[in-house]
Design a protein around this ligand. Sequence first.
Ligand code: ARG
Length: 467
Amino acid sequence: MANENKQATWGGRFKDGPAELMQRFSESISFDWRLAPFDVQVSKAHAAMLNHIGLMSADELQAVRDGLDAVLADIESGELVPNIASEDVHMNIEQALTKKTPAGARLQTARSRNDQVATDMRLFFRDACGKVSAQLKQLLRVIVEQAEANQQIVIPGYTHLQRAQPVSMAHHLLAWAQMFGRDLERFEALAERANICPLGSGALAGSTLPIDRAFVAKELGFVDANGEPRLTANSMDAVADRDLFIEFANAGAICGVHLSRVSEDGILWNSAEFGYVRFSDAFTTGSSLMPQKKNPDSLELLRGKSARLQGNLQTLLTLSKGLPLTYNRDLQEDKPPVFDTFDTLMISLEVLAGTLAGMTVRADKCTAAVSDPLLLATDLADYLVAKEVPFREAHHAIGTLVGMAEEQNVPLNQLPFDAVKKVNPAFDADWVDVFDLKRALSLRERPGMPGPEQTVARIAAWRKRLG
Ligand code: ARG
């Protein structure tokens, strides 16, 4: 009984193996198995470095390299099934390798799982940020395409969910693009921040062996623009630091907020009350009871998934806040939230792109909504300001007119001119020209405004950025 379960990696110090319950409780292989390609990459680089400093022969290096390739192939083919008795991806791979070649027993020289997992995760983040960035660009292309197609459509812009001022639909869509554009910047910057090599930090205090950290960093591509290796500066921080995990989850949570807000706009626009857009059958679902229903489920789910993205960030903040330096086993719990953020983001970005690609705009509904002359009440105040009326006075005058129109139950632009003139003598007969939407938008051509020429320029700028 005593040694049956004895743990291969640290068995020397132990008489008994862990309880079966403890194995099930402490394993991470059920979620860190996906790190296998990165773990193999790290091990190959480490082996090359051991050979470089004379701690592994050329033959052993070759055997380790071939062995690791074979292990990875076995993983990919499904032949190598992870074993929870070997706890995590690092020990499963090490043990599978050692079965293939005795040289595997040299691989953990001057290395701990603590610096190993930190290095694996930096490779994961570099890769994940690249993939999320590519998916964000794909979504941005769809948004810019829809903006381009809907430059002529004018809709009310809202504050307090009350009709406020007219904007082109393109301008609204390009606001979404700005949000996702900032997400793209965040993930691109994070890939750069991930680009530092912790390997060689050991368990927490490095190694007494003459390891070459720069060599291994270069092998793994942890280099700056000039090809110079980038190394973590403190071995204790290197194995305890989880900032990148938190930053990745943070970027994911913010992106989730954007996914959710855009989804909410889409849900409103698609409702009968607005009716500005319709979504394709491919991303909507029906009701099992009400035959007439066509629900924007993809957008509702995106709004819901954003809650998970926020939860993952909170988990990581709470997980790390009370830990003494350096590594503590709590930190094994750092991976599920990161992987969930990555997986949730990837599919969410793809689903939003698909949903928006299938969005059709209902010009008649938009025209009807934006024809409310009240949307140009502010422009009418500006009209008076142009005639040298102080803005506060102008604001008051237009307020009076709006009240009159409401009382008489007529649209603002159909008040009789002499009544209007009585409210403020600066009004001329051309006051009604203000209610021309084309004029209203063409007066908004300064940077960042919804004027048609601005929109054309913004679309061109996005096209250039997205390639
Ligand atoms: N599976 C572990 C983790 O993800 C690897 C590091 C284990 N280190 C240790 N000292 N037990 O955290």
